[in-house]
Design a protein around this ligand. Sequence first.
Ligand code: C5P
Length: 235
Amino acid sequence: MNKSKVIVSLDYSNAKQALDFCQKVNPMDCRIKVGKELFTAEGPKLIEKLRKLDYEIFLDLKYHDIPNTVAKACRVALDLDIWMLNIHASGGRKMMEAAHQTIEKYGSENKPLLIAVTVLTSISSNDLAELGINNSVNKQVVSLATMAKDIGLDGVVCSGVEVRELRKKLGDNFCFVTPGVRLEDSVNDDQKRIITPIDAIRAGSDYLVIGRPITESTDPINVLNSINNSINALD
Ligand code: C5P
């Protein structure tokens, strides 16, 4: 079984680039994330090819719609044999319940983990206020994550800044997926609230979503190995 806590974000625009990367790396050393760009370009056929290479896949499509539509999207996502999928918590309780019930009802023994996006890291308190939400970002994140756990979801996506408080509040039986991870010596790109792999795991993250520090490296295998080794040394 794959024990790596690293999910490599395949932020490519076509299947060739994604498959080139996945053929270089070992599926036992990471999982992979397919998001809106790559999925819109290449669709379920690429997911099938990546599964044939033995990768466990996080389908990052962040569903947000009326409950019936999200439930139906989750139902067909199950046919892709994915490991994890996500929805927006801000779609509300009924939408999250519909997604959860669909996965529970139609998912097999190996059903995917269903996680919620709380507040996107690109959103500030001012943006929330403009949307008519007067909570601080932190308060809104805690409130949505608490609701997601209460409904029975498996976890949330959260930044390294938020994970310690959420872990303390929501306990061990809930999974935290953290993007915005940077190595000590890597550039920040456009990420602002960054955290190193070791600090994210120490703070309570279960999985780290890492893109460019690995995919744009001249030696992705080496970078991935050193991240895995540094995390395993903490056990
Ligand atoms: O290249 P980088 O490591 O910044 O990639 C991070 C990935 O995580 C991207 O696919 C990005 O869209 C995603 N993500 C993020 N911040 C969030 C949610 C998702 O960076 N809050």
